[in-house]
Write a protein that binds this ligand. Structure first.
Ligand code: FAD
Length: 296
């Protein structure tokens, strides 16, 4: 069977795209490995109507609604190769089965590169975050530690006083010039240049000189890159953004390969559930139009 559309990635963006296509009675195959980016967090914030809800529950409810459409095929598993061209794409899943589709959509998300700070990965999504809009409010205007990763951390530290009292832990990753120091001072941001030895407790930073700084939470400007190399391996062009690397698309969400599309964190910035859903809905509609009108 040749599906109208194969969607790789069945999280917020992929499901939003699939929903538009299913409502147009198109056949859609969703292949999903179940590793949505915010799986480390207990609650998702800022998505209208679902504020403070478990991210897994948001995804599960959406999937239940999608499964009511008879033209949906859902595979839990990993796509390991993709190739082909418009009207004749093929995706190989890890179980060795090949799937055919007229259009292909990468809604595969990104992965976060965390700095090598002992104890950080254990606290990711619980006491350490990248996005203040997602998790800043819950820290109750408390003490916030920004663990520097590079120049973006200066920007992050300058924003965060909106959410609490900020200390920028440069940790050898950020050289501050006089201008940067002055900007931080104006915003009331403390600068701590002693390296971090490890994170302990809920959100404590033990420094290399033995001092321990306690925070309500940490923020880290991570560098992102595609969660899977599939689009790149297939030949889709990538582009650099201030946040990392993403799949390059047109405004219609089409990649550099005609008929292959990308949406969500994988192909836009900045990143959030709301923005991924909007991007996915738009990709679903533009893919549908391309199936109706051959010239699009
Ligand atoms: C710790 C943390 C907390 C966050 N909290 C919030 C929040 O509170 N509010 C908010 O709005 N945003 C939050 N975000 C951002 C949010 O998680 C992302 O913007 C959102 O998940 C993007 O959705 P997406 O569908 O594009 O990608 P993802 O949710 O990352 O989903 C990608 C999907 O593709 C699948 N996939 C990838 N490769 C393959 C493959 N080869 N085969 C099959 N499937 C594949 C994955 O398994 C996954 O299911 C948070 C992010 C992090 C890191």
């Amino acid at each position: 069977m040749t599906h109208d559309v194969i969607v790789i990635g069945g999280s917020y963006a992929g499901m939003a795209a699939a929903l538009q296509l299913l409502r147009a009675r198109r056949s859609v195959l969703v292949i999903d490995a179940g590793q949505c980016r915010n799986r480390f967090a207990e609650a998702s914030h800022g998505f209208l109507g679902q504020d403070g809800v478990d991210p897994g529950r948001i995804a599960a409810e959406a999937r239940d609604q999608l499964l009511r459409y008879k033209t949906l095929t859902w595979i839990e598993g990993e796509a390991v190769a993709a190739g082909g061209s418009r009207d004749a794409f093929e995706v190989l899943t890890a179980d060795g089965i090949r799937h055919q589709g007229r259009r292909l959509l990468f809604a595969t998300g990104v992965k976060d590169a965390l700095p090598a700070v002992e104890g950080l990965s254990d606290r990711w999504g619980k006491h350490a975050f990248h996005c203040p809009y997602c998790h800043g409010y819950e820290l109750e205007m408390g003490a916030l530690g920004v663990i520097a990763t590079g120049p973006n951390s200066l920007h992050q530290a300058l924003m965060l006083p909106e959410w609490g009292q900020v200390t920028l832990l440069t940790n050898g990753a950020l050289m501050l010039d006089a201008e940067g120091r002055a900007e931080l001072q104006t915003k009331g941001v403390q600068i701590e240049e002693t390296p971090i030895a490890r994170l302990t407790g809920a959100a404590d930073a033990e420094l290399s000189d033995g001092r321990v700084l306690s925070f309500a939470g940490f923020f880290v400007a991570t560098t992102t890159s595609p969660a899977t190399p599939l689009a790149e391996e297939m030949g889709c062009a990538l582009q650099e953004t201030p946040m990392g690397t993403q799949v390059q698309t047109s405004e219609m969400k089409e990649t550099s390969i005609p008929g292959a599309y990308a949406c969500g964190d994988a192909a836009r910035m900045p990143h959030s559930v709301s923005l991924a859903v909007a991007d996915g809905a738009w990709a679903g509609a533009t893919i549908h139009r391309s199936l109706i009108f051959p010239d699009l």
